[in-house]
Design a protein around this ligand. Sequence first.
Ligand SMILES: [Zn+2]
Ligand SMILES: [Zn+2]
Length: 252
Amino acid sequence: MNLDILLTSPATTWVAGAAFVYGRYALLAGLAFWWCYRRGGRITLTKIQSAPPRKARIWEELRESAVTALVFATFGLGLKWLTDAGHTAIYSDVFQHPWWYLICSFLLLVIIHDTYFYFLHRWFHASSWWRKIHAVHHRSHNPTPFAALAFHPLEAVLEVAIIPLVVLWLPVHPIVLLAFASFSLFWNIYGHLGYELIPFWVFRSRIGRYLNSSTHHNLHHADGRHNFGLYFNYWDRWLGTNSESYLKKVSS
Ligand SMILES: [Zn+2]
Ligand SMILES: [Zn+2]
């Protein structure tokens, strides 16, 4: 058997991509879980919901996230094919654009994804059919870091679908894509931590009030009718979808 063909085959790339996505998730979520839930008794952290998470649900979160890793790897492979065929604006020479463009393109990806997520998420909750799909993620009423990628496969597809559309026209270096995917995972783990790490005075400040918090998303899991944002809080503020209990926490 020709080892080169095996190593460069689409199936190998797909499996390696899924293993990378799942490995990165398991490592970061595992470290966050250990730090908060195992050491949490000995360090000062605010548990958002006092009850401990259910062990059986954690195993489900791990299983559902494995399917999400396969979905994300499929998108990665599709993106590679599109790029090799010259259909995307992804560029490989890091010096093709000025260094500051790397930062700008990263911020643009974050802002576009945040806006897309907010409206997609509201739609999930507004439509009875899609609410059933999104209900898989909401089985975690008291989420742990392992809920970060615990979605129904169709939801996983929609969560990531915006990125290939954006890179059809937005020039992005692969390093920026990797940084964005890692940041998104990192933020999702923070949002599902079950503990608040950032003091509330930050969210009362002029800039901090437009940032989301772990408490914000945790209350969304507990209530399901408010707090739809991902990284930022401006859509929830502008469209009045922050919960009263959250506004009370960040205003007192
Ligand atoms: Zn969630
Ligand atoms: Zn939701």
